[in-house]
Write a protein that binds this ligand. Structure first.
Ligand code: SAM
Length: 395
């Protein structure tokens, strides 16, 4: 690659960057020399002129450069193929699964790219302009490695406008069904190409498996269920009944379809705001043996953390009040700007208000195909706990 524009960083370079974090913010840049267009490849240098890495630039984003490599190598098809090979090696046993995350953005050295595999189909997101510029080579490599029946692109969301990208929700290679069938733990699922993110959530794999151990004969509530990942697992492992709750009518319709596919009968489905549902059940004193809470992220940035704490406290408190004594609360947080400790402290506060004791049974995180790097804190987002609720007056 010749004539690559040169981005020189300010003198007081951040430790974060030196330690391998791939983002360069606009206020960390001293100057840019040479011609470039947004999305193109640039080289990053320290103030003293030392090469630091090669990545793509977008001056419309606060994250002006995302570094792809710390070596001065060509960003071409071979580079991308190597990144995929490395990502697959780092999936360990999950590559034997019928569905798994193939590439998880920065952590796999391909910032902005998400690839999920559902049986013989792939679902992809190109979330930045720079990674979108490499799309043809990426698709080419995906075809070589997986020979998929179809590749669906589901690129949407609020960041796209800033990146200068248009929403794209369509098959970009081959074709396939609107609802892609796949299997996890012997349960039939459907990834909804018109649904949320890549169509189905795979990040709770180990947590769901752990929770199955507590399901037998239990009356359960799968709250914020989406298409029913948790609840289907509970039914598979002998739950007496599962109520699925989500405010997305489409997600609940697909959950019903999934339950039918698996011949699960002991379930009902409610389209409602989960906050209202939990509150009204308290008023009606309906009691559950097991409740799952897997809400969406409650805060995208630190400025919304207080609202997020309030939300977590509310849903967990309400759940504690409608669980039987010794009942099981499986509670998750995917809000990246809230730490494990902060989440657990919020649960403790909810327990005090609900006048119950909390016994920790299991502490989990995101599945291994959603790798977590300590130097890229943004990659660590999922907290998951299985807690037993004990009424004070029962001990
Ligand atoms: C993280 S997803 C759940 C994923 C699911 N547990 C799984 O493993 O597939 C969060 C879900 O919460 C739903 N949701 C968001 N806010 C809600 C609310 N206030 N009431 C009910 N559902 C809500 C969304 O529609 C989405 O399906």
């Amino acid at each position: 690659m010749s004539n690559i524009a040169k981005v020189t960083l300010k003198r007081d370079i951040k430790r974060r960057v030196l330690l391998g974090h791939p983002w360069i913010y606009d206020n960390e840049i001293e100057r840019i020399d040479g011609d470039y267009i947004n999305g193109s490849i640039v080289d990053v240098y320290t103030f003293a002129g030392q090469f630091l890495g090669r990545g793509y630039i977008n001056t419309n984003s606060k994250i002006t450069v995302r570094i792809l490599t710390r070596k001065p190598v060509d960003i071409n098809r071979e580079f991308i193929k190597n990144r995929f090979d490395e990502a697959l090696r780092n999936r360990f046993n999950t590559v034997c699964e019928n569905a798994y995350r193939v590439v998880f953005s920065e952590v796999d050295g391909l910032p902005g790219l998400i690839v999920d595999k559902f049986d013989k189909y792939l679902s992809v997101q190109f979330n930045t302009l720079g990674i979108n510029m490499l799309k043809h080579q990426i698709i080419d490599v995906l075809i070589e490695i997986f020979n998929p029946a179809g590749i669906f692109e589901h690129t949407e969301g609020s960041v796209l406008e800033k990146e200068g990208l248009e929403e794209k929700v369509e098959w970009i290679y081959g074709t396939g069904p609107e609802l892609i069938p796949f299997e996890v733990d012997g349960i039939k699922f459907l990834a909804d190409t018109k649904g949320q993110k890549t169509g189905a959530f795979l990040d709770q794999r180990e947590n769901v498996r752990k929770l199955m151990e507590f399901a037998k004969d239990k009356i359960c509530l799968d709250c914020f269920s989406y298409t029913g990942n948790f609840g289907m697992h509970l039914l598979k492992s002998g739950a007496k009944h599962v109520t699925f709750v989500d405010y997305s009518e489409r997600a609940i319709e697909i959950a019903k379809e999934i339950a039918n596919l698996n011949l699960f009968k002991d379930c009902d489905f409610v389209v409602v705001n989960a906050f209202d549902y939990l509150k009204s059940n308290y008023e009606n004193s309906k009691l559950f043996d097991l409740i799952v809470l897997d809400p969406p992220s409650f805060a995208k940035s630190s400025s919304n953390r207080d609202a997020a704490f309030k939300g977590y406290k509310e849903i967990n408190y309400r759940s504690m009040r409608i669980l039987k004594s010794n009942g099981i609360l499986a509670t998750a947080s995917c809000t990246q700007v809230i730490s494990q400790n902060e989440f657990e402290n919020t649960l403790v506060e909810a327990g005090i208000d609900a006048k119950v004791l909390l016994k920790l049974l299991y502490r989990g995180g995101q599945s291994i195909d959603y790798p977590q790097m300590y130097n890229i804190l943004e990659s660590m987002y999922l907290k998951f706990l299985i807690i037993q609720i004990v009424y004070v007056n029962t001990i």
